[in-house]
Design a protein around this ligand. Structure first.
Ligand code: FMN
Ligand code: SF4
Length: 511
């Protein structure tokens, strides 16, 4: 038996390096202890009352329709999280433009409101009204799949003066067709020397737009277009009945790219910190003007963790500006950038969680010391300290490798954050908050932090947890399955769920 490891009351599994490094929980809290824990105490954010400081951050599950509508699978996904009664649940990154973006939720037109209202209703019902519901609003720039080498060189490579000026004389004067064929026949090393850096990147990684591509009119125009797009989307979220919105200023997407120290736009929206924060603040003002006294929060990076990127000092500056502007909460994340992503396979798009910065964003048990557990908390702690020193009281949310109530308790006790979020642990067991509050912590199905779920996200496949299928022999009442029929799409039910709700219902507003 010594070679086996017990995880809660679940069946014994053979340990390997990853299981052995699971955060130890010597003892789960009793119901009485849990009732006294800071994590389960209320908090106000803006005009809202959170019943507890537990939080599920945004997770894209790839369950929307190809047209971006809410589907029965989307409803089942959020209903299941709501059953665990977190203080707050943030709906996945939802596109603010009315453009096709695969099975990602969209909010770029009024026709999406009906489905989103149904989602709000499902969460209210499943949580018994105990969970506040936010939706994350995202804008992203164009990214193409990595092309086959010959297709790129024959069709997509720009044959212009810039390219010709880099070529040896015997190639520089060739007509376009002959030149393309010569490049197809050239060695990798030659291409590396001859192609301009962006063309070389498009060949190796797939073409990707940047906020600094001012030669493209729609990129030049982002500061004029985005405030209205975000404000319209926020107004739709309000109409659909969400308790608030979270503006996605984190990871690899448009607004994070404006905040990035790599943003060198010369038009007043790039360069120093103040200029980089300008559009994010203008977007906030437009949203606030449109939605009035409504919860508007932001998720952004405590550190981009890429060469030449923004760091903690930048983030502390942005946090102060965001708090002064009036954001109702600041949710901190880390990394998740395209700049250091791994080369995708031909036919696939780069994925921003494959490089070192991506590993910081969703850390696994394979990450360097000190390991994944609470890895990103010091960023939130430092930012919260500087906010409080400036007299700014905005709530700060932290996430990253949180998987035990004592861990959350210590974070809150130290004043490192006001709200402690858990994404993957809650994916592994959506009931875990409720189980802990009921003194049933030994029944928590624990996350392995090995990122099977993130691998599915990378392939834009329906995200599920390996533990739902592999070591949990239980009924599947929803009958919802992945396309190949092999994976359940909803976490197994909690056998002890017929007991009780864990908290009394309270009104959603403090004023
Ligand atoms: C499948 C998956 C999808 C995610 N999608 C989003 C997203 O839409 N927006 C976002 O800000 N973060 C997203 N994240 C990051 C999480 O919100 C969270 O910050 C990260 O997983 C670290 O927290 P954890 O250790 O508790 O999982 C996603 C994470 C996973 C695993
Ligand atoms: S698949 Fe499940 S156990 Fe593995 S990291 Fe994701 S949530 Fe955790």
């Amino acid at each position: 038996m010594a070679s086996l490891l017990r995880l809660g009351t679940e069946k014994l599994v053979k340990p390997d390096a990853r299981h052995a490094r699971l955060l130890p929980i010597a003892r789960w809290p009793s119901r009485e202890e849990a009732a006294a824990m800071r994590w389960f105490q209320p908090l106000s954010i803006g005009r809202l009352h959170l019943e507890t400081r537990t939080w599920i951050p945004a997770m894209v599950p790839w369950r929307a329709s190809e047209e971006g509508y809410v589907t029965p699978e989307v409803l089942a996904w959020y209903r299941r999280f709501a059953e665990g009664q977190p203080g707050a649940l943030v709906v996945e990154a939802t596109g603010i433009r009315d453009v096709p973006s695969g099975p990602l939720l969209r909010i770029g037109d009024d026709r999406f409101i009906e489905g989103l209202s149904a989602l709000v209703g499902a969460v209210r019902e499943a949580s018994g009204g105990h969970t506040r519901l936010f939706i994350q609003l995202i804008d992203f720039l164009r990214i193409r799949r990595r092309p086959p080498r010959d297709v790129f060189l024959r069709r997509f490579l720009a044959v212009d003066e810039t390219l010709r000026s880099r070529l040896p004389s015997e190639l520089a004067g060739l007509d376009e067709h002959s030149l393309r064929e010569a490049l197809v026949a050239a060695s990798e090393e030659s291409l590396r020397q001859w192609l301009p850096p962006r063309e070389l990147e498009a060949l190796r990684m797939g073409y990707r737009e940047r906020v600094t591509d001012l030669h493209l009119p729609h990129i030049r125009d982002l500061p004029r277009a985005l405030p209205t797009l975000f404000a319209d989307a926020a107004a739709r979220a309000k109409e659909a009945g969400f308790d608030g919105v979270e503006l996605h200023y984190a990871h690899a997407y448009t607004m994070a790219s404006f905040l990035s120290a790599r943003n060198t736009r010369p038009d007043g929206y790039g360069g120093d910190r103040e200029a980089r924060a300008r559009l994010p603040l203008e977007v906030y003002e437009a949203v606030r003007d449109r939605v009035g006294d409504y919860v508007v929060g932001v998720r952004f990076l405590g550190d981009e963790v890429i060469e030449g990127g923004s760091d903690l000092a930048d983030a502390a500056y942005f946090a102060r500006r965001f708090a002064e502007a009036g954001f109702d909460f600041l949710s901190l994340s880390k990394g998740g950038k395209f700049e250091d992503a791994k080369q995708p396979r031909v036919g696939e798009a780069a994925y921003p969680y494959t490089g070192p910065s991506g590993h910081e964003c969703m850390p696994t048990v394979r990450i360097a010391p000190p390991g994944p557990f609470g890895r990103n908390v010091p960023l939130a702690a430092s930012i919260r300290r500087s906010l409080r020193a400036a007299g700014l009281e905005v709530p700060v949310v932290t996430a990253g490798g949180i998987c035990s109530p004592w861990q959350a308790e210590a974070i809150l006790e130290r004043g490192d954050a006001d709200i402690v979020a858990a994404a993957r642990q809650t994916l592994a067991d959506p009931d875990w908050f409720r189980k802990i509050r009921l003194g049933r912590g030994t029944e928590v199905r624990r996350c392995y932090f090995t990122n099977y779920c993130e691998g599915l996200d990378q392939k834009h496949k329906a995200v599920t947890c390996q533990r739902w299928d592999r070591d949990f022999d239980s009924p599947d009442p929803t009958g919802l399955r992945s396309k190949d029929g092999k994976r359940r799409l909803v976490a197994p039910p909690d056998p002890g769920a017929r007991c009780i709700t864990a908290a009394p219902a309270q009104s959603s507003e403090t004023s």
